[in-house]
Design a protein around this ligand. Structure first.
Ligand code: C5P
Length: 311
């Protein structure tokens, strides 16, 4: 039968970036991770991950941001594909192609997003019909943010960030992201957090009720003053110019500003679509940031694209 020789069709999954609206960090646990209470929001900056049959395991990363992404076995997308293959006893190799738009090492979970996308793409490609919980479990092993990138929307993350509970958020928020010319290492930012809080006995992190209420109103002016990030001080300590980016963005009309996750991307909340365009222009024209992205949130989590993007 010749049909048995035909490769299954490639599957492409689109996955969003994230910003943390609130990131409360507790004292380092014995396993090296920190207990978190965070409110994630998925935003419309995407990577697309395509899986296809291949003679060997491998990954290609495309796009202007691709050069800093590893293409060896440490690639998080490839690690995700292999983890699912192991769990399901698959030995047939696949190749991943990642079209990258999420900043690399930017605090927007770009690597975790590729892991989430690769998991879903392989699950579909191999027609595993895997229960959601199985993917979420593998996702959590791959990284603290990976389960949220499968989920999308707006959600509370607890544990080390991997335990997800949806949150009711109304409306659409308009974000402007000021990118940095070089990334920051997440472990380095957490280590700096530990140094800053060496003598502090930090309370167990819990989500703040005020933020939940603001999200229910859908009003960016209510949300803006509640944006908070316990890693911000550590990120600014390692990259002092981020403090200047934050104050410039606020001076140019942002309602609120925050370092995104472990940074160095700075996220600004704008009053609406027009305000976001004005802010993006001001940040670039003034040279405050080498590059900016506009996006709205919440965005959908990892999902299959019926037609792959053609570059
Ligand atoms: O979970 P993930 O692989 O994304 O974490 C990357 C690094 O960030 C960890 O190795 C750890 O240094 C730090 N981290 C942490 N506490 C968390 C999440 C991440 O200390 N809750």
């Amino acid at each position: 039968m010749t049909s048995a020789m035909v490769d299954p069709p490639a599957v492409t999954v689109r996955v969003p970036a994230k910003v943390n609206l609130e990131l409360i960090v507790g004292s380092r646990r014995d396993d090296g991770f920190h207990p978190l209470s965070t409110v994630y929001q998925a935003v419309g900056i995407h990577d697309d991950v395509t899986v296809e049959q291949a003679p060997d395991w491998g990954v290609t990363v495309l796009g202007p941001l691709s050069e800093d992404v590893p293409t060896d076995d440490s690639n998080l997308g490839l690690r995700a594909a292999r983890a699912l293959a192991r769990a399901r006893g698959r030995t047939d190799p696949i190749h991943l192609t990642i079209r990258k738009e999420i900043p690399v090492a930017g605090g927007m979970a770009g690597g975790s997003a590729d892991a989430a996308a690769a998991l879903l793409a392989c699950e579909q490609f191999w027609e595993l019909d895997a229960p959601r919980e199985e993917l979420e479990e593998i996702a959590a092993d791959l990284g603290s943010d990976v389960p949220f990138l499968l989920h999308g929307g707006t959600a509370i993350g607890s544990g080390r960030g991997e335990l997800i509970a949806p949150v009711l958020a109304r409306g659409t928020f308009h974000w402007v992201f000021a990118l940095a010319s070089a990334g920051l290492s997440t472990p380095a930012v957490y280590a700096e957090f530990d140094r800053i809080h060496e003598r502090d006995d930090l309370p167990d992190p819990e989500p703040s009720p005020a933020l939940m209420s603001a999200l229910r109103t859908g009003d960016p002016a209510a949300l803006a003053p509640l944006l908070s990030n316990d890693l911000q001080e550590a990120a600014i300590s390692l990259r002092p110019e981020l403090g200047e980016v934050l104050s410039q963005g606020l001076a140019y009309g942002a309602l609120g500003g925050i370092v995104s996750g472990s940074g160095p991307t700075v996220a600004f909340l704008a009053a609406g679509h027009e305000a976001a365009i004005d802010l993006a222009v001001s940040l670039t024209a003034s040279g405050t940031a080498p590059d900016v992205r506009r996006a709205t949130g919440p965005a959908a989590g990892a999902h299959v694209l019926s037609v792959p993007r053609i570059d």
